[in-house]
Design a protein around this ligand. Structure first.
Ligand code: MEV
Length: 437
């Protein structure tokens, strides 16, 4: 079957879903029913979602959960999390409650600098290029005045622009490397607009410059922000005397703390473990990023680049026991916004930001880092004590029940049985089979 289609984006929404249903389904009506079931009955709200992207056919829901009782820098926060993985919100809530009685989380933004680059090829004298750059540098600022005016009023703008010689990496390769402060906005549009103007200025000035010879050509390859922001970093930490770590399931706090520190050390030296360890951190980070309408792909790319900054992928978090005090912390780069983009467009994102009491971008960086640390703590605590499967399967039980479309009575019997029996996929399936015999 030839499934290519011409002019798909020009079709109406109904024509699009009909094409999908007819092309890929033996029972097109059922496919159409599923697609339409997820349309919002509020026509305007659906239109808003339709217009976020091209070729929208419906909405894919993921749950929005709430993790309460996060004591951060002395104030309680209730954190909204958008995530499909069963155990994440439960784990966050548990970690929040645990640390609330042990001093809470401390979070600090270390710096907030964003980065963008104009990549270009220049086949001439590098010293003359430097003189040319020094001469025209003020022009980059003056030519972007109309773009930077509002940002400057909010206390942000272009921080600096440098010429970088990258010929050790690639023949004739140079960059304009610019740094920005974008305050409460993530700043992608602002940065990219500035960079494209820098590129125009660079080309025009090079063309007219007496400093560069006519046979020295300068070609701009591209202008784009970098999602690697090693100077836009937040630190989150928990700490307490080792004996205070004790609770119902931690009867030997010294042993617990030592094993916990060992688990972190393994992630520090072993990339296979570091990847999974950091994935646990990202469970918390991404869930808050999504709930607050930020760009999780940008955050993921930047954080993993940061985890490799010394040449080997390593743990984002660290732990120590010093003078009888257990400390666990992480540092991650986060370029976030609480104004602009989806934050003012998506009604649920707006609601989540209100639950967080309308944080500044810096406050959101702190909250996100804390969610990551809490998630990492919860995972390591389980891994170094009872293992994760017990808690995970408890949350996953609902998914299995739903998969088998259990009725209310079956649901009740299954839940009662597995309150006292070990949960595994096969045990639940067997139990359901027996019930239905
Ligand atoms: C599962 O989503 C996350 C964990 O694998 C994280 C970890 O191993 O630290 C439990």
């Amino acid at each position: 079957m030839n499934n290519a289609v011409a002019g798909f984006s020009k079709l109406s929404k109904n024509e699009k879903i009909n094409w999908i249903a007819d092309t890929y389904f033996s029972t097109p009506d059922e496919a159409l029913k599923i697609i339409r079931n997820y349309w919002n009955s509020d026509h305007k709200l659906q239109q808003l979602h339709d217009e976020f992207i091209e070729n929208t056919i419906t909405n894919l829901y993921i749950p929005l959960g709430i993790a309460p009782n996060f004591l951060i820098n002395g104030k309680y926060k209730t954190i909204p999390m958008a995530i499909e993985e069963s155990s994440v919100v439960a784990a966050a809530s548990k970690a929040a409650k645990y640390w609330a009685t042990r001093g809470g989380f401390k979070a600090t933004v270390l710096n907030t600098e964003k980065i963008g680059q104009v990549h270009f090829i220049f086949n001439g004298n590098a010293e003359k290029l430097q003189s040319f750059f020094d001469q025209i540098k003020p022009k980059f600022f003056s030519d972007t005045q109309s773009i930077t005016k509002n940002m400057q009023q909010r206390g942000g703008g272009i921080l600096d622009i440098q010429l970088k010689d990258k010929r050790n990496l690639l023949e004739n390769y140079f960059q304009l490397h610019a740094t920005f402060e974008t305050k409460d906005s993530m700043g992608a549009n602002f940065i990219n607009s500035c960079l494209e103007q820098f590129a125009t200025t660079l080309k025009e000035e090079a063309h007219n410059s007496d400093l560069l010879a006519k046979n020295e050509t300068l070609q701009v390859v591209m202008s784009i922000l970098s999602n690697y922001v090693p100077n836009c970093v937040v630190r989150a930490e928990v700490s307490c005397p080792v004996e205070d770590l004790a609770e119902k399931h931690i009867t030997n706090p010294q042993e617990f703390a030592e094993r916990f520190v060992q688990a972190v050390q393994i992630a520090e030296v072993e990339p296979f473990r570091a990847t999974t360890h950091n994935k646990g951190i990202m469970n918390g980070v991404d869930a808050v990023i999504l709930a607050t309408g930020n760009d999780f792909r940008a955050v993921e790319a930047g954080i993993h680049a940061y985890a490799s900054r010394n040449g080997q992928y390593t743990s984002l978090s660290h732990a120590k026991i010093e003078d009888g005090v257990f400390t666990f912390w992480l540092e991650i780069p986060l370029a976030l916004g609480t104004v602009g983009g989806l934050t003012s467009l998506h009604p649920l994102v707006k609601l989540c930001l209100e639950i967080l009491q309308k944080p500044s971008a810096k406050e959101l960086m702190e909250i996100v880092a804390v969610a990551g640390l809490a998630q990492n703590f919860a995972a390591l605590r389980s891994l170094t004590t009872n293992g994760i499967q017990a808690g995970h399967m408890k949350m996953h039980l609902n998914n299995i029940i739903n998969q088998f479309e259990a009725n209310d009575e079956e649901r009740h019997l299954i839940k009662s049985h597995f309150k006292i029996n070990a949960i595994s996929h096969s045990a639940v399936v067997e139990f359901i089979d027996n019930l239905r015999k």
